[in-house]
Design a protein around this ligand. Structure first.
Ligand code: HAM
Length: 431
């Protein structure tokens, strides 16, 4: 295929072999969030460029170099959303649903776009499930978000491979005081800093804390610590969060260098990281953004949330071989009919079964094929039973019911008795 017709680099098809795991993951998260009273919101994929500049921050990597920005036919500058928090804040403001202190607990799922260098776990179109909570300012809600993700790791079997890192960024005043101290310290040691960090010293000095350069990290060991500059309210909030996590028995480590790559955070920030995915080990990340709503023109409104990268979690589940075995089964029943009269009868019989057994996953073979090749297809589908309908069966109004997973011999069942027979046997096979 000519290159110009291929998918864009870093933007992947999710093929039929992969979608069962995606759907399992998404359904697990959706059911979990339902259980905590969160409601889904769906935002557009394209927003005004200004929205992301104002919220994420002009001098972040995302806004400086990763956004897919274009002029539409009216000449308006639009951007494919690089994340969901900005859009969610815009939506709640636009619809007034956080006004008067109304609590909103929201979640969303969808594609995000960043022009990063693609590698394992890092793509240009990727998918996030995100959660945003408005008008709850205490540490109890920060704890709830962490508790519910911990429950999710439990459901997925991932508790042993993810680690929670926590930090507090304090208020913007506290960060301002710290920023001055850090800049003063590093400016006196410019010759020991890498080029990227020197550039950040003027634009976004706190980001130097998560520099990947070893020499810079060594230098930072002696630098002033953010924790020493935190305001009292942020300290109390952070202690409150830690106490709740301790009470819930959730292990965490304090990472004083965790600053996050988006400017809207203050107080709590956290990341769930794994060492099983190579360089792209952060599977879920978030924090508090109490000034963002006001910064975007709303009344002061507390905000906190997180987003998880679906690709990374799916990769993790696959690499640890935690994919539930039943996902390999596309259908419960595979019906093979031989000859046109039997094919016609199979069609109506299949519809009767669908009526009688709601939720049944039944595939009727399409097109001709030898008995052997049909059964091979039936087996490959993962079905528990093959239904076999040929001329003889048709004449006698019966059907062959062949167990495909070693549950005994083929049986001949009268059409009328088939729904009851299947209901009992399918249930038994699954158990
Ligand atoms: P973020 O840290 O930029 O935060 O992204 C959250 C998660 O999305 C990451 O931890 C990662 O799992 C996934 N992710 C990010 N970039 C990529 C990529 N290029 N390829 C694959 N996965 C990726 C946010 O987006 C914030 N909006 C989170 C938040 C919500 N904070 C408060 N509320």
């Amino acid at each position: 295929m000519s290159k110009s017709l291929q998918a864009i680099r870093g933007m992947n098809d999710i093929l039929p072999e992969q979608t069962p795991l995606w759907r399992y993951f998404e359904a697990t998260v959706a059911t979990l969030l339902d259980g905590y009273g969160y409601r889904q919101i769906r935002m557009p994929i394209v927003e005004a460029t200004e929205l992301f500049k104002r919220s994420i921050g002009e001098v972040t990597d995302i806004v400086e170099k990763e956004m897919y920005t274009f002029d539409d036919r009216n000449g308006d500058s639009l951007t494919l959303r690089p994340e969901g928090t900005a859009s969610c804040v815009r939506a709640v403001l636009e619809h007034g649903i956080t006004g008067g202190g109304q609590v909103q607990k929201l979640w969303y799922n969808g594609p995000m776009f960043r022009h990063e260098r693609p590698q394992k776990g890092r793509y240009r179109q990727f998918h996030q499930i995100g959660v945003e909570v408005f008008n709850l300012a205490g540490p109890d809600i920060d704890a709830e978000l962490i508790v519910l993700t911990w429950r999710l790791w439990g459901l997925l079997g991932l508790r042993d491979v993810v680690k929670l890192e926590l930090n507090s960024l304090g208020t913007s005043e506290a960060r301002g005081r710290y920023r001055d101290a850090l800049v003063e310290f590093l400016s006196a040691r410019l010759e020991q800093l890498d080029a990227d960090s020197i550039r950040r010293l003027a634009t976004n000095p706190l980001r130097i804390l998560d520099s990947k350069v070893a020499q810079t990290q060594a230098l930072l060991n002696d630098a002033p610590k953010l924790a020493d500059y935190l305001d009292d309210a942020s300290l109390v909030h952070f202690e409150g969060l830690k106490a709740r996590l301790d009470a819930a028995g959730i292990p965490y480590v304090i990472n004083p260098k965790l600053v996050r790559g988006l400017d809207y955070y203050g107080k709590t920030v956290f990341e769930w990281v794994t060492d099983q995915l190579g360089a792209q080990g952060t599977v879920c990340a978030g924090g508090r953004y109490d000034v963002l709503v006001e910064q975007m023109g709303g009344k002061p409104t507390a905000g906190v949330g997180f987003a998880m990268g679906i690709e990374r979690l799916v990769l993790l589940i696959e690499s640890l071989e935690l994919v539930p075995a039943e996902l390999a089964r596309q259908v419960d029943l595979y019906c093979c009919a031989f000859g046109e009269p039997a094919e016609l009868a199979a069609l109506t019989l299949a519809e009767t079964l669908r009526d009688r057994l709601p939720g049944l996953r039944l595939q009727v073979n399409a097109g001709a094929g030898s008995f052997k090749s049909q059964l091979k297809k039936a087996d490959k589908s993962g079905a528990l039973f093959a239904l076999v309908l040929g001329e003889d069966e048709l004449a006698q109004r019966v059907i062959g019911c062949k167990p495909l997973r070693g549950q005994g011999e083929q049986q001949t069942i009268a059409w009328d008795a088939l729904p009851a027979h299947l209901a009992a046997n399918l249930k038994q096979s699954v158990e």
